[in-house]
Design a protein around this ligand. Sequence first.
Ligand code: HEM
Length: 574
Amino acid sequence: MKEKSSYFLSVAPSSLLETQNSHFHYFLTLLVLCVASALLCRFRLLRRSIFSTNRRTSNTDKTNRLAEENEQLPLHLPPSPPSFPLLGHLHHLFPSSALYKSFHHLATQYGPLVYLRLGTSTLLLVSSSSMASEIFKAHDVAFASRPKFAYADKILYGPLSFINAPYGDYWRFLKKLCVTELLGPRQVNRSCAIRTQELHSFLQRMIDHAKTSMVIDLGAELVKLTNNVICRTTMSTTQAGEVRELLKQSFELAGKLYIGQMLGPFKSLILWLYGRRVTDLNNKFDQLLEKILKEHEQDKSDDYNEEINMKSGGEFTSYSSTDDEIRGYGKDMMDILLEIHKDGNAPVRITRGNIKAFFTDLIIAGTDSSSQTMQWVIAELINHPNILKKAREEIEEVVGGTRLVEESDIPRLPYLQAVVKETLRLHPTGPVTTRVCCQSCKIQGYDIPETTPVAVNLYSIMRDPDTWEEPDEFRPERFLGLGNAEDGKSVGFGSKGESLSFIPFGAGRRGCPGTLFALTLMNSVIAATIQCFDWKIGSTKVDMQPGSGMSLAMAHPLKCLPVVVYDPFNVHSN
Ligand code: HEM
C-alpha cells in the first residue's frame, strides 16, 4: 500500500527543527497550516460534491474504508479529544510552543494512548511506559519503520539515510554493523585516544578563558568538542568545523521544507522559495564528503600525523603518536564501510551515497544530542551545589588529587553516572521519537490501522508521576541502589527485560545505536569538568527554560566564567 506522507517527527529533524526557535514563527506556521488544511478540505469536499467521486485520500478515510471492507464493522480506535470538523485536533498543538509539551498536556487530559487527526493526517500519541512497551516490545516489528517525509529527496541524502530507512535488509545490515562493529564496545574502546585528546583540548581552552576571566558560551564549546570527536572517530577528518557549518545551514533549510510539507497543496510554494538554496548547499556538502572519501581511498600518506597535529584545533599538540593512536584504531568507520562497498560478495549493496548519508546521520544524531545533554548537566550542577560537591568528592575519593579522571575510572563513579542519567531523564534532547504502523494491529483492545504514524513522547514517560516520585525534581540518588525506579523494576536504557520508564535513547529495534558512544563521552567529559572547574554565572540560578521547537535544548545558551579548581596540566600549582 502506498504510504501517505504525514505529519511526523524523527530523530534527525528534531534537532534540525530547533532552528525554528522563534515562538512567532511557530505560531505563524501553525496558523498558516490550519488555514491551508481548512482550504484543502473545503476544496476536496467541493470537488467531491461536484464530481460525486468516492476517492479517498486521508488516513481517516483509509481507516473508514478498512472498516467498510471489514463487513462494515467500525474500527475501535483509541480515544480522541474533541475536534473541529476540518482542522481535527490541530488546535491542541497550540498550548505550548514546544511540541512535546503540547503532547504532554494532551496525555494528562486524555490518557496515554490518544488518536489525533491533524489536518489531513492522523497520529497515534503514546505517553506511558506500558503503552511504549506495546510499540517497542510486543509489536516491535510492526512499528520498526519511521514515517516518510514528503521532501525526502530534497534533504541531504534523504532517501539514502539510515535513520529514515524502512525496516528491511539494508537497515538490518547496517544496524547489526553498528552494534557489533562501528559503535560497539570494541570500537568505542579503540577510539579512547581521540576522546582524550579532544577533552584535553577543551579543558585547556577553559583554563585559558579562566586565566583571562573571559565569559564563555559553554554550549558552543561543547558542540565543538563533540563534533570534533564524532568527525574524527567516524572518518578521521580534521575538517569538523566545515562539516558542521554546512550541515547546520543545510538543515536550517530542510527544517523549512519539513514544516512546508504540512501545508497540503501549498507545499510547492515552500519548495519554490527554498529549493534552489537547498540544492546548492547539498552539492557543497557532497563535494566535501567526496573529498574525504577519496582521501580514505588514496591510502593516507606518512605525514598524516603531522597534518592532524597542525589542524586538530591547535591547542593540544603534545602528542606525537603513531597512526593508530591518532585515529584511535587502524581503520576508521569510513574505511570499514568502504571495504563493504568494494566487496562484491557483501550481503547488502552499500553505495558511495549510502556511506555519505550514514556519516551525515551519525553527525546529526550524535553531535547536538550529546553536547546539549552535557550543557543541561552543568546547568543542573550549578543550580544544585550540594550535588556538585557530592560528585566532586566521589571523584576525589576514587582518583586522588594528583591526576585527571580517566575513562577507566567511570565504572567506579556511580554517583557521577546517576547525575548524567537524571539529566537525561529530565531533559531528553530528543523528547519525541517516531514510528509508523506497517501492519495493522491491536493495542490494549484498540485497532491501530496500517500506515498510522506514531509519536512516542519520551518526555512524558520519564516524568510520569506513577513511576517517578517528585518527577520534576533533580534527584540523582533515585538512580542509585537496586531496582533504581520507583516502580521497583530495573532501569537500564530500555534493553530487554528492563522497565521502559527510562528511555532517553528510545527502545526496541530502532533504539539509539550510539548509546554507549554517547555515555562514554558524556560521563568522562562531565567527570573532568566537575574535577577541574567551578562556574560563575551572571545570576544566582541558571535559567532552565527549554527552547521551542522539537528538540529539548536550553532556551538561552549557558554563558559562564570557568574558575579553575584543579589544573591537570600544571600539577605543581594545585
Ligand atoms: C545524549 C545523546 C543521545 C541521545 C539522547 C540520543 C537519542 C536518540 C533517540 C531518542 C533515538 C530514537 C530511538 C527510537 O526511535 O527508539 C536515537 C536514534 C539514533 N541515534 Fe541517538 N542519541 C544520542 C547520541 C547518539 C550518538 C552519539 C550517535 C552516533 C554517533 C547516535 C546515533 C543515532 C542513530 C543512527 C539513530 C537512528 C537509529 C535508527 O533509526 O535505527 N545517537 N537517538
